[in-house]
Design a protein around this ligand. Structure first.
Ligand code: NAD
Length: 371
């Protein structure tokens, strides 16, 4: 069994799917490992750090004859062309992003696992890349907010007088939102938060933040939120507008799997925010929770600074890669025995994460959304 990892080529991507620790563990299971030269360098893992890994000079040499390809981001068309026909590919493959990519993977009969699709069951927690990377992203949102805020986050008592703590509002308290709350609390801000899922209230309060009650609750399937009706959206907007207007910082992380991010902060709400306030919109990648967000940009409207940062985990690639590589190891290792791969295709986690097999897209929700 040969596992291969090439250098990530997506713009600004600094993470890697194989770190020295997981390479050692895969090797202990009898797998052979091949890596493109310097593939770990941007995460600060140098080639000599990887014990028992063969290094290859380019993409074709790295992938030649490999059975399993470990990636962080989806492969580009050129990279798909270099995948060995019938190989197994695993990564954060953005299953809802591109029909062309799905067609190209199927044309090469790639067995593809998209970790975004991993069922959120207890047994899968150690494999949950959305959670590990979400924690990195939420932490980064808190840091961006603190660095851009023109106020102190903590309360300060100084000789010149007392400084009131900054007011932070976090909208969307999933994995990333909770980490943003924790990060802002550690920095001393006064934090309020909101989520449509009823269970989020207790989690928000356990971090010492105040729950903003809008009276709207919308639990969907699999522990995720569902889309709101027009009436629910109006009720939510009315209650949230007040909290948004009082905040120095608003961090938004609201997402619905397979859909555009809900627009929660309207132009009008931005118009009523404090001058100099900041929005860090973590949902920028999937369209943004603020109507004015531009993905990857910083825009100013009504003296409010709206940040739409992309690929936040890649800003802390060492730990993001370590956690991600462990997720991959935990996903694959149960199926590696004596250096061979024997997957139980009926396993709930395997079946739920499977995107493409035998030349077809097989995941039910992805098929529905992507046609
Ligand atoms: P996500 O990234 O899909 O969405 C982020 C948050 O946005 C969610 O909390 C969601 O409820 C919220 N949201 C959606 N629409 C909203 C709106 N209109 N207004 C306000 N908030 C809105 O979420 P996630 O972080 O991936 O977590 C989703 C769920 O999965 C949570 O219930 C989480 O606890 C659960 N989870 C379970 C496991 C596990 O058991 N293995 C692991 C991780 C997460």
């Amino acid at each position: 069994l040969t596992l291969a990892t090439a250098r990530e080529t997506a713009d600004g991507e600094c993470r890697t799917a194989l770190v020295p620790e997981t390479a050692k563990k895969f090797a202990a299971l009898g797998a052979r490992l091949r890596m493109e030269q310097s593939a770990g360098v941007q995460s600060h893992f140098l080639d000599p750090d990887y014990v028992g890994v063969d290094f290859a000079p380019g993409l074709a040499e790295t992938y030649a004859g490999a059975d399993v390809i470990l990636r962080v981001t989806p492969p580009s068309p050129a990279e798909i062309a270099a995948l060995p026909e019938g190989a197994l590919l695993i990564g954060l493959l953005k299953p809802y992003e591109s029909k062309e990519r799905l067609a190209a993977l199927n044309a090469r009969r790639i067995t593809a696992f998209a970790l975004e699709l991993l069922p959120r069951v207890s047994r899968a927690q150690s494999m949950d890349a959305l959670s590990s990377q979400g924690s990195c992203a939420g932490y980064q949102c808190g840091l961006i907010a603190a660095a851009r805020c023109t106020k102190f986050f903590p309360m300060l008592t100084t000789a010149a007088g007392t400084i009131r703590p900054a007011r932070v509002l976090v909208i969307g308290a999933g994995v990333a939102g909770l980490q943003a709350i924790a990060t802002c609390k550690r920095l001393g801000a006064m934090v309020e938060a909101y989520d449509v899922r009823a269970a989020a209230r207790e989690q928000i309060e356990s971090l010492g933040a105040k729950f903003v009650d809008t009276g709207v609750s919308a639990d969907g399937a699999g522990g995720y939120a569902r889309e709101l009706s027009a009436e629910e959206k109006a009720a939510q907007a009315e209650k949230l507008a007040k909290a948004v207007a009082q905040a120095d910082v608003v961090i938004t992380t609201a997402a619905i799997p397979g859909k555009r991010a809900p627009v929660i902060i309207t132009n009008e709400m931005v118009g009523r925010m404090k001058y100099g306030a900041i929005i860090v919109d973590m949902a920028a990648e999937s369209g943004g929770n603020c109507a004015l967000t531009q993905p990857g940009e910083h825009v100013v409207a009504n003296d409010v600074n709206i940040h739409g940062p992309l690929n936040l985990p890649s800003r802390m690639p060492t730990h993001a890669s370590e956690l991600y590589a462990k997720n991959l190891y935990n996903f694959l290792s149960p199926w590696i025995k004596d250096g061979t791969l024997a997957i139980d295709w009926s396993d709930e986690i395997v079946a739920g994460t499977l995107l493409c097999r035998d030349g077809a897209t097989v995941h039910t929700l992805v098929k529905q959304v992507m046609g």
